[in-house]
Design a binder for this molecule. Structure first.
Ligand code: A3P
Length: 296
């Protein structure tokens, strides 16, 4: 083990249901989610952080609302597609069906029911790590992490980030990718085949959207990166986290670059080699070339 691998700034985490979480998160809310009972028609958008959750939740909203203009970001966060791990089970109790909810939990902690549908979005771990690093920087007062990308990489590599190890999370859902109530899709596929993915999600949600070319085009346009970036401006002080951080006003920047392969601007050779090795070890039987569309 090199010096760098051993000495790095660690993200302070606490255990919550076996996952490392930030100490100032509302852990009771996370716990409440794993025991909630889904309703008929519930739609869960599930992912490891920074995999395209927000993008997919907008696609779902657009499909269910016939390509209407994007709703205000605040509405998305509080009512239209709230983050379950943040608002907790109680926070979605009074929402009308069909409820759309975002969640970052692995399969065994997600409230799974045949009455509900689950859209799992995955993204290659290299870009995910880079995006996650920038997110942690964006939320410095909450992450309390002042380290470099190299420091963040060590945390990510060892699974010491909120929601834990990337590979455990991915594999927990990959096993269920063919379940009738699961739609499994990659961020890379969304980037390369945006329109096809919209049609597939619409089919999965049992809507006739794909038969209306104009509508599909409108949904694709509304959910393009630049449109979402300008529409989705959020301040997190009102809804996130406990204690001191509650008092802080922070713009939450979900939309950064939205590109494939940005990892090349951040990873050094050794980091690439180590993550390659981990990918080979953990995902050895999986066709990652198709899944990640050459982003690596
Ligand atoms: P980057 O940081 O690489 O830009 P999540 O919503 O799960 O937190 O994922 C955030 C990532 O999805 C960010 O990645 C963000 O820019 C990207 N993203 C969001 N909407 C997108 C879109 N319409 N097209 C491409 N990428 C998008």
């Amino acid at each position: 083990m090199t010096e760098r691998e051993d000495e790095y700034e660690k993200i302070e985490t606490v255990d919550c249901l076996g996952l490392p979480m930030l100490p100032n998160m509302l852990l009771e809310h996370v716990k409440s989610v794993s025991t909630m009972t889904p309703r008929v028609g519930d739609i869960f958008v599930v992912s490891y952080p920074r995999s395209g959750t927000t993008w997919m939740s907008y696609i779902v909203w657009e499909i269910l609302h016939n390509g209407e203009p994007l709703p205000p970001a605040d509405d998305m966060i509080h009512r239209l597609a709230p983050f379950l791990d943040i608002v907790g089970a109680e926070g979605v109790e009074y929402l009308e069906s069909p409820r759309v909810m975002r969640i970052h939990l692995p399969y065994h902690l997600t409230p799974v029911s045949l009455k509900a549908k689950y859209i799992y979005v995955t993204r290659n771990p290299y870009d995910c790590c880079v995006s996650f690093y920038h997110f942690a920087q964006n939320l410095k007062p909450i992450y309390q992490f002042d380290g470099s990308f190299d420091d963040f990489f060590e945390n990510f590599y060892r699974g010491n980030v909120p929601y834990g190890n990337y590979f455990d999370h991915f594999l927990s859902w990959f096993e269920h990718r063919c379940d009738p109530n699961v739609f499994f899709v990659s961020y890379e596929d969304m980037k390369i085949n945006h329109e096809t993915v919209v049609c597939k999600v619409a089919d999965f949600l049992e809507t006739p959207v794909k038969h209306d070319e104009n509508l599909v085009r409108k949904i694709v346009e509304n959910t393009e990166f630049s449109n979402l970036k300008s529409a989705h401006k959020v301040n997190i002080s009102r809804f996130l986290l406990s204690g001191e951080s509650e008092k802080k006003e922070m713009p939450l920047n979900y939309f950064r670059k939205g590109e494939l392969g940005d990892w090349k601007n951040f990873f050094n050779k050794e980091q690439k080699r180590r993550l390659d090795e981990m990918v080979a070890q953990r995902l050895n039987a999986i066709d990652i070339t198709t899944l990640w569309h050459g982003a690596i």
